[in-house]
Design a protein around this ligand. Structure first.
Ligand SMILES: Nc1ncnc2c1ncn2[C@@H]1O[C@H](COP(=O)(O)OP(=O)(O)O)[C@@H](O)[C@H]1O
Ligand SMILES: Nc1ccn([C@@H]2O[C@H](COP(=O)(O)OP(=O)(O)O)[C@@H](O)[C@H]2O)c(=O)n1
Ligand SMILES: [Mg+2]
Length: 200
């Protein structure tokens, strides 16, 4: 599992396409991934959802993950990558949206060295902190990290650790930046224009 093979994007014997979906907390990553799945046949893998499911499953890492999420910190890459690999291997699909990952340099470099997978493109949902804060406070999904104290910590982590990853992919010409401050439908119009150009 997870071995690097001759073909860069091969996992568990199948050729796969990966698109990373990045942007600040509350920028609309999950919302737009749902739209993309319905229109373009990708499978949505949210790193945050996989980590929250791991807590619920009673896994031995559950308490550690829960504490990290409450503090807005990034869980060690090894843990998140195992969950992503398992989800990829269990899926019949070959096209994946990986949402909320990689969130720091350790996520990025470990994923690349462990799986050998490089993203086709990176979608970047660009939104002001003020708008993201408003959305997170109104999200109403009962998340323990959607409170103002943790939100501020998540914004700091985003600025310090996640933006440099986006800049790295930008230097490789992979980033497709989207104005995420617009209404959901208008953002999706821009997303569609990008996907219509992706050769899958
Ligand atoms: N373009 C938008 N305009 C207004 N609200 C939005 C928009 N996109 C998403 N939302 C809302 O903002 C909240 C955060 O969206 P979500 O997709 O969960 O973001 P992320 O996964 O990036 O944290 C949700 O309540 C969602 O319904
Ligand atoms: N690659 C990742 C993604 C999320 N997480 C953790 O999960 C939390 C929630 O991530 P998420 O992607 O569900 O959050 P949103 O950006 O959707 O609001 C993060 O604040 C981190 O604590 C992580 O540790 N590593
Ligand atoms: Mg999300």
């Amino acid at each position: 599992m997870g071995s690097v093979t001759d073909s860069p994007n091969t996992e568990a014997g199948k050729k796969i396409t990966v698109i990373f979906v990045l942007g600040g907390p509350g920028s609309g990553k999950g919302t737009q991934c749902t739209n993309i799945v319905q229109n373009f046949g990708y499978t949505h893998l949210s790193a945050g959802d996989l980590l929250r499911a791991e807590i619920k499953s009673g896994s031995e890492n559950g308490t550690m993950i829960q504490n990290m999420i409450k503090e807005g910190k990034i869980v060690p890459a090894e843990v998140t990558i195992k969950l992503l690999q398992k989800a990829i291997q269990e899926s019949d699909n070959e096209k994946f949206l990986i949402d909320g990952f990689p969130r720091n340099e350790e996520n990025r470099s470990s994923f690349e060295s462990i799986t050998g997978i490089v993203p086709e493109i990176v979608l970047f949902f660009d939104c002001s902190e003020e708008e993201m804060e408003k959305r997170l406070l109104g999200r109403n999904q009962g998340r323990e990290d959607d409170n103002i104290e943790t939100i501020r910590k998540r914004f700091n982590v985003y600025m310090e650790s996640s933006l440099p990853v986006i800049q790295y992919y930008d230097s490789l010409g992979k980033v497709r930046k989207i104005d995420a401050a617009k209404p959901i439908d208008a953002v999706f119009e821009d997303v569609k224009a990008i996907f219509e150009k992706v050769v899958a």
